[in-house]
Design a protein around this ligand. Sequence first.
Ligand SMILES: [Zn+2]
Length: 375
Amino acid sequence: MGNPRREDTARQRRDELSPAPYAPAMKEAALVTDASTPRLDLAHFYLRHPERPDRLTAILDHLDSTGIGAHMTALDARDVTADEVLSVHDAKVPAIVDDLGRRGGGFADVDTYLTAASPAAARRAAGGVLVALETVLAGDHRRAFAAVRPPGHHATTDTLMGFCLLNNVAIAVQSAFASGLERVAVVDWDVHHGNGTQAIFDADPRLLYVSTHASSFYPGTGGYTHTGTGEATGTMVNIPLPHGGGDDAYDAAYERVVVPALERFAPQLVVVSCGWDAHVRDPLAPLNLTTEGYTNVARQVIEAANALCDGRLVVALEGGYDEHALAWSAGALCELLLDEAPTPDPEPAEPPPSELPSAEEVDELLGAVRAAVGL
Ligand SMILES: [Zn+2]
């Protein structure tokens, strides 16, 4: 795993950056990217579609220019195998991906495009999350961030939707189960509900899915009364935040619901569906989380993983459509993954206070969520 040349380069650059070589007691964090030249995902784009290569380029350029990425071990994404895809999806999903790719592209639904390059890009993205999982399960790194696209959390067993082709996180979770893990938690802080991940694991008590997302928003799922099916009842924890959202609402949601749900479930691994589209700068969504707010949420999840599962954490990029928000949120996240102090966003955007919901409204919602899942 990993390309020795890239690791050497990272080590060399790291040494150049800091006179005293960075030498943590153990390797804290890996950064998994597609090492192809050019990156496979660069050819997965469509006109002015918001899910575009610049999103990922903004993150990678920031991690590079700040030197943060050089503190992480660079690992190369691999391709997901056909069997790994079929551990989550019906055969029709890869068939649709390949068929549209062969035709030179097309739309799987009204907003989910493919190009001729998309089948390869999708397989590399899913494989990137698997590499992140594998290095964490092997004990080589405590934490790993898979900076990959296209995203995955809307893709269901049999449907490509919401910019998502293959459900990258769900495939990694199935792989974790195949490796012998019995309890995995997915925390999804993308502003959209991860309907695909919920649907795939709805009746599987081995998976705790906790999502903070905008209420009454795409894709329309994620009401708090949906808590899972059969013996998995109580393992789907949905927190549909009122529009306006804001840092205080998020802090409260993580403190009162997300962390207690993780503590009760006692996962052996935490996987994050990491969308940065709840950011106040995001053009698509209404939840007004600042970079600092996102960092506080990430810190709560990292601390929970430290307490519950020796810190084992896999973070997979999902949505997020503002390049400044992506770059600075990713930088702060990676610093936290390295146990370093996060660098503040130099151009913090604040939401107008008039947009924020009242504390009472948030309090009432969180109380209802807690009651629904028996916390
Ligand atoms: Zn999203």
